[in-house]
Design a protein around this ligand. Structure first.
Ligand SMILES: [Zn+2]
Length: 149
């Protein structure tokens, strides 16, 4: 995946191609220079990509710590399968650790995840929400600027 700034977007209403700053797209503040239609749809797509990338890298950081902590190896196939799930949570990562090795109990997995989050994301809540979307659970929800009216 490659980000381009400004980003080339085609207007869904009038069909012209516009080059728009990514910051405006992310803030839902971009309008079509041709017809004035909102580029919110494109903004949503870019936000989705940012969140997906941030989630993926955060999950990687946590799982590397968990592997270390538990002395297990998580295969690429298993990790890929879990990352392709729609919304990644700490609960998904705990399940991943348990699937990687039969010696990992739920309590052990939770403990390893908690410890990994504490080390990697000092700003995370003390008792992270295992069911929340990953970025929310670790207090890293991306900020995209002010939403235009
Ligand atoms: Zn337009």
């Amino acid at each position: 995946m490659k980000f381009q700034d400004p980003c080339k977007c085609r207007c869904a209403s009038c069909g012209i191609e516009a080059e728009l700053p990514v910051s405006l797209l992310l803030a839902f503040a971009a309008d079509c220079p041709g017809c004035g239609a909102s580029f919110k749809e494109a903004g949503l797509r870019v936000r989705g990509m940012v969140e997906e990338t941030a989630t993926f890298f955060s999950a990687m950081k946590i799982m590397l710590r968990v592997e270390d902590h538990l002395g297990i190896t998580i295969t690429d196939e298993l990790a890929k399968e879990t990352c392709e799930e729609h919304e990644l949570t700490l609960a998904n990562l705990a399940t991943l650790a348990m699937r990687a090795s039969p010696s990992v109990s739920p309590a052990l997995a939770d403990d390893a995840i908690r410890s990994a989050v504490r080390i990697e994301f000092p700003g995370a809540p003390e008792s992270p929400d295992f069911a929340a979307p990953l970025l929310e659970a670790i207090g890293k929800t991306p900020q995209f600027g002010v939403v235009s009216s």
